[in-house]
Design a protein around this ligand. Structure first.
Ligand SMILES: Cc1cc2nc3c(=O)[nH]c(=O)nc-3n(C[C@H](O)[C@H](O)[C@H](O)COP(=O)(O)OP(=O)(O)OC[C@H]3O[C@@H](n4cnc5c(N)ncnc54)[C@H](O)[C@@H]3O)c2cc1C
Length: 465
């Protein structure tokens, strides 16, 4: 209550955005994030419209000793974008994307979503590596490293990050790049939201499409082991232009898919070829000819439409719980575990998604950025998903499925995990595992310099050195 008094006493009077208190209309909608299992009640949601608002909100929270949560796209499964009692610095009104087509760069505000970036950059036939779901936030995804279909050709999202505007824990606006605050710039490229609030990112862009060879091929779940064994060799020989993601789950009930296939247990390989259409057709030929697909939707597609193609399969408000690990390769034993566990989930919405790494990702020196795991072959995330009305026992059973699946995979994992795939409480001890000792040590040093009091701690926390 003291907080509410402080806020309504207009201590935030230099703030030009919208302040939402528990009594404000719109407060309940504003505190909701993508994961419907998260239900937190902040004292104040500061919906910023510029860096100056972020400065005001950081200073206000610090003066009143309030916790700070930072919301980019609101997609982190752990729900760290929102807190109980404290201040949410909400960037959802800051979604502008400004493209310099001649220089092939774009400035992107800290609350933008990947759909915003793809839409604006594709108007110029350009793109940068981004997430595979259009409604995911640019900020959180970038700060953890950023993996997506274009990464094998154009590098991780952080490999395309040229500069960032950051509001520090002191409430100062600084620019980070290779030339300014280089230590901070290094840490922002993988170290998550530990170092300040990023109000704008500047990315390099590349010619992509607008028409590319892209889309999914589906096979029946019974074919899982055969498809994965084929995929292991197919992926190992794939050119850098070819990005692939395997999904083990069910056929989604999308309009482009015949109704009799909806929810059918399946294995899917989704592809996107970042190069000429004819070359892409050749590169995916063997995959399309393998076995007897249930459905083949791989072909020429607008890149932007492909990137938004699965947006409706992971809806806001459903309840999500994740487990993840990195894989050094796809051994026969790892494939057997996947075939045994993937389709044992109780909910047709649960799935596992496996990203093929390598290519340009592995050619950046490991010390160049704070992203760990450049030598990983595949990142897998196991997603237990239930409807809100299925929370409780059903959700607990799904979470147990995800944990069993992970436990069975762990003997075949290379150690390490992608930090952006970590869930909440039972994963917080894995932050060190995600970075490894050397990167964690460097991150802790930068944290001690820019946020010695650990003001930004609602994240995959790096403790100040
Ligand atoms: C449906 C879905 C698809 C996904 N696909 C991919 C994918 O293809 N590739 C991939 O790499 N990851 C993917 N992810 C994981 C994703 O990277 C993380 O969930 C990420 O945290 C999302 O960022 P956000 O801004 O939406 O999240 P938020 O929940 O808003 O933010 C997460 C954390 O990031 C920090 N943060 C957010 N904004 C800022 C900011 N402006 N400045 C400083 N810190 C900030 C805060 O610590 C915050 O707690 C996916 C997630 C989902 C839910």
């Amino acid at each position: 209550m003291a907080t509410q008094t402080a806020v309504s006493d207009r201590n935030l009077e230099s703030f030009r955005g919208e302040l939402l208190l528990p009594t404000s209309p719109g407060y309940d909608a504003a505190r909701r994030i993508w994961n419907g299992a998260i239900d937190r009640r902040p004292a104040c949601i500061a919906r910023c419209i510029g860096a100056a608002d972020v400065v005001a909100a950081v200073r206000f929270a610090r003066e009143h000793d309030l916790e700070i949560a930072v919301r980019g796209g609101g997609h982190n499964v752990a729900g760290t974008a929102v807190c109980d009692d404290g201040v949410v610095i909400d960037l959802s009104a800051m979604q502008a994307v400004s493209v310099d087509p001649a220089g092939r760069t774009a400035w992107v505000q800290g609350g933008a979503l990947w759909g915003d970036v793809d839409h604006e950059t594709q108007a110029h036939g350009l793109a940068t590596t981004g997430g595979i779901v259009g409604h995911t936030g640019v900020a959180g995804l970038t700060l953890g490293g950023g993996i997506g279909f274009l990464m094998r050709k154009h590098g991780l999202v952080v490999d395309n990050l040229l500069a960032a505007e950051v509001v520090t824990a002191e409430g100062r606006i600084v620019h980070a790049s290779a030339d300014e605050h280089a230590d901070l710039f290094w840490a922002l490229r993988g170290g998550g939201g530990n170092f300040g609030v990023v109000t704008s990112f500047r990315f390099s862009l590349h010619p992509v499409g607008p028409t590319v060879i892209a889309g999914p091929v589906f096979w029946a779940a019974d074919d899982t082991a055969d498809v994965l064994r084929f995929y292991r060799d197919f992926a190992a020989d794939a050119p850098d232009e070819l990005g692939t993601v395997v999904t083990l789950g069910t056929v989604p009930p999308l309009p482009a898919i015949p109704e009799d296939l909806h929810w059918r247990p399946s294995i899917t390989v989704a592809c996107c070829y970042a190069g000429a259409v004819e070359d892409g057709e050749r590169a995916v030929g063997a995959l399309r000819r393998f076995g007897t697909p249930l459905l083949d939707l791989l072909g020429p597609s607008s890149y932007a439409a492909f990137q938004g193609g699965v947006d409706d399969t992971v809806l806001h408000g459903w309840h999500y719980y994740w487990k993840a690990t990195s894989l050094p390769g796809l051994s026969d034993d790892a494939i057997a575990v996947m075939a045994d566990h993937a389709h044992a989930a109780g909910s047709p919405r649960s799935y596992a998604a496996m990203f093929h790494m390598g290519g340009a990702v592995g050619r950046v020196p490991p010390e160049a950025t704070a992203y760990a795991g450049r030598d990983v072959a595949h990142n897998i995330v196991i997603d237990a998903v239930v409807l809100p009305e299925e929370s409780g026992e059903h959700a607990a059973a799904e979470a147990a499925w995800a944990r069993r699946f992970l436990k069975a995979l762990q003997p075949h994992s290379g150690g390490g995990v992608y930090v952006n795939f970590l869930d909440s409480d039972d994963d917080s001890s894995r932050v060190r595992e995600a970075y490894g000792d050397e990167i964690y040590r460097r991150l802790a040093e930068v944290k001690a310099k820019y946020d010695p009091d650990n003001v930004f701690h609602l994240n995959k926390n790096i403790r100040p050195d």
